[in-house]
Design a binder for this molecule. Structure first.
Ligand code: ATP
Ligand code: MG
Length: 295
């Protein structure tokens, strides 16, 4: 395993799931073996990948309760090298049930340790709260990606999350890093967007991803087709942005990544081309059969 990354922000609807699904898919296209864990009872990452929710005995709730990852829990997706453990509405009860376990904050960490050999990246899509499930994710993670909308109260939300991260570092996971703050659903035409981006960049500096995810209708349509954006509409601005993000993350993690994207990933402007080529192949193969694509 190279890295465990959780996608978290206690605020709802900021693009956590969209980022978890599409970053996972783009990393998989970049030859990384990726496992996406959907620990949100809403199960949006699960359905966004076209997987069944509430799959009895084969979901993340069962894994958390049993303390074991069984083979049947790890589902294939339409993207090669991307697997996922789906969510179930049973997870609504997990916040309370987890409390009864010893080392309750480490439950997810212990599961991830069981698949250490099989994956390069584990991404965790968190619910919009700072409860026991998110605490488990922050304890298990090497780093956190924080999706952020460019709105007036963005900084306030971040400082609350900062405090939680500091508490998790103190109590459970001293090595937890910020992988990056990611601006999502950005409408580049508004003055407010530019102001918020500048304010957050001034304060958080290098902890902010250079890549910005624009507001893009195709990104919001893709989940209802059960597909990541690179399969739904590879030519969209949304696909572009998440490919850029995957490449940026790969560049930032050069030291932990040894299987590079084709020949020259992580080496500057050439990166994107490589992930794009792989995605184009995926788009022209069986993944597209029977799909109802618009251009
Ligand atoms: N860049 C984007 N452009 C357009 N729509 C987007 C974009 N990113 C996300 N959305 C849409 O915004 C809504 C919220 O996004 P998403 O589900 O990813 O947020 P979330 O943080 O996971 O929400 P929750 O807190 O409920 O889990 C969804 O309908 C999604 O399709
Ligand atoms: Mg979500």
């Amino acid at each position: 395993m190279k890295k465990v990354i959780c996608i978290a922000n206690q605020k709802g609807g900021v693009g956590k799931t969209t980022t978890a699904v599409n970053l996972s898919a783009c990393l998989a296209l970049a030859d990384q073996n990726v496992l996406l864990l959907d620990i949100d009872p809403q199960g949006n990452a699960t359905t966004g990948l076209g997987l069944p929710k509430n799959d009895d005995g084969a979901n993340i709730y069962d894994a958390l309760m049993e303390g074991v990852v069984e083979k049947a829990m790890i589902h294939d997706t339409a993207v090669d090298r991307l697997k996922a453990i789906p969510s179930t509405t049973d997870l609504y009860g997990a916040e309370i049930e987890l409390v009864t376990f010893e080392n309750r904050e480490q439950r997810l960490l212990r599961l991830i340790q069981q698949v250490d050999e099989d994956f390069d990246f584990v991404l965790i899509d968190c619910p919009p709260s700072l409860g026991m499930l998110t605490l488990n994710a922050l304890t298990a993670a090497d780093s956190i990606v924080i999706p952020l909308q460019t709105e007036y109260y963005a900084m306030e939300g971040l400082s609350q999350l900062d405090k939680t991260i500091a508490r998790v570092r103190d109590a459970f996971n001293p090595e937890l890093k910020i992988e990056g703050i990611l601006f999502t659903m950005v409408d580049g035409r508004t003055v407010l967007s530019h102001q918020v981006i500048k304010e957050v960049r001034d304060f958080y500096g290098d902890s902010v991803f250079t890549t910005i995810i624009p507001r893009n209708v195709r990104l919001s349509e893709a989940p209802s087709h059960g597909m990541p954006i690179i399969l739904y509409d590879f030519k969209s601005k949304g696909a572009d942005a998440y490919i850029d993000l995957a490449n940026e993350l790969i560049r930032n993690n050069k030291s932990v990544i040894n299987s590079v994207v084709k020949d020259n990933a992580a080496s500057g402007p050439g990166d994107r081309q490589d992930v794009e080529e792989v995605a184009l192949e995926a788009n022209t193969e069986e993944n597209l059969d029977g799909g109802d694509y618009e251009s």
